[in-house]
Design a protein around this ligand. Structure first.
Ligand code: PXP
Length: 255
């Protein structure tokens, strides 16, 4: 299928290029080199998660990317003073606030905006003032979405991780229920005027249902793409993922 671009962006999370580099304590593979290649391949943005423990992406990576790559950068981070100060120096296109626990392997669940509403409202103010878009990673909960809206975020990223896990376990009954929750959440968020993104755990199989949700404007995908690239190489993998996303969206639009 011809890759005419519908209104949906692919952001690629390059954390695991850094994971591989750091496993050897070497200088390669370089996240920056990956980002340049992704730019050539027509992806729409680069996502990096600067974790408190710097287990993959490190500070010099994000500043190098900002200086040398023209793609928009989506900086995933915890809502801490340290990260706020880095984000203000970096001035990325967007910041995506995620929950972070040291012992987790990857982000688990969405941010509990409801219980930290006041703190988060104050936290994001300086970011918004610098024209950094603020996105909140949330599960498919209407209450959390409303809270994200109340604090002044412009974007929510729906956590697709649970849907993907259930789908991969062949638990299609539960994964269909989660998909319905994600669709409803996307619809409500869009009605509130929030831009809706999605991400976590997406693969060629699971992306089809998520890309077909009409309100979703951006998908952020990392682990699967880097894993598949070991076998097929990044150009082939990105091309296939773009095709899956665009054809699911076109089908949904009846094009
Ligand atoms: N979106 C958010 C908020 C994340 O925390 C992550 C993982 O860092 C991703 C998207 C990408 O998830 P995956 O690597 O499973 O594709």
């Amino acid at each position: 299928m011809k890759k005419e671009k519908p209104e949906i962006r692919l952001g690629v999370n390059i954390d695991h290029v850094a994971t591989l580099r750091n496993a050897r304590g070497a200088s390669y593979p370089e996240p920056l080199r990956m980002a340049s290649l992704l730019e050539e391949l027509g992806v729409d943005g680069i996502t990096v998660h600067l974790r408190e423990d710097r287990r993959h992406i490190i500070d010099s990576d994000v500043f190098d990317l900002r200086k040398k790559i023209s793609l928009p950068i989506n900086l995933e981070m915890a809502a801490t003073k340290e990260m706020q100060s880095i984000a203000l120096r970096l001035n990325p296109r967007a910041v995506c606030l995620v929950p972070e626990r040291r012992e987790e392997r990857t982000t688990e669940g969405g941010l509990d905006v409801l219980s930290e509403e006041k703190k988060l409202r104050i936290f994001i103010k300086p970011l918004l003032k610098e024209n950094i878009r603020v996105s909140i990673f949330v599960s498919a909960s209407l209450e959390q979405i409303k809270a994200a809206f109340r604090i002044g975020a412009q974007v929510i990223e729906l956590n697709t991780g649970r849907f993907c896990d259930l789908f991969l376990e062949n638990n299609f009954e539960e994964s269909s229920c989660e998909l319905i929750r994600l669709k409803e959440a996307a619809h409500h968020a869009n009605q509130l005027g929030l831009e809706v993104h999605g991400g976590h755990g997406l693969s060629y199989d699971t992306v089809k249902s998520i890309a077909a949700i009409p309100e979703i404007r951006e998908l952020n995908i990392g682990h699967f793409l880097v894993s598949e690239a070991i076998f097929d190489g990044i150009p082939k993998v990105i091309s296939r993922m773009q095709s899956e996303i665009y054809s699911a969206r076109k089908l949904q639009l009846g094009l």
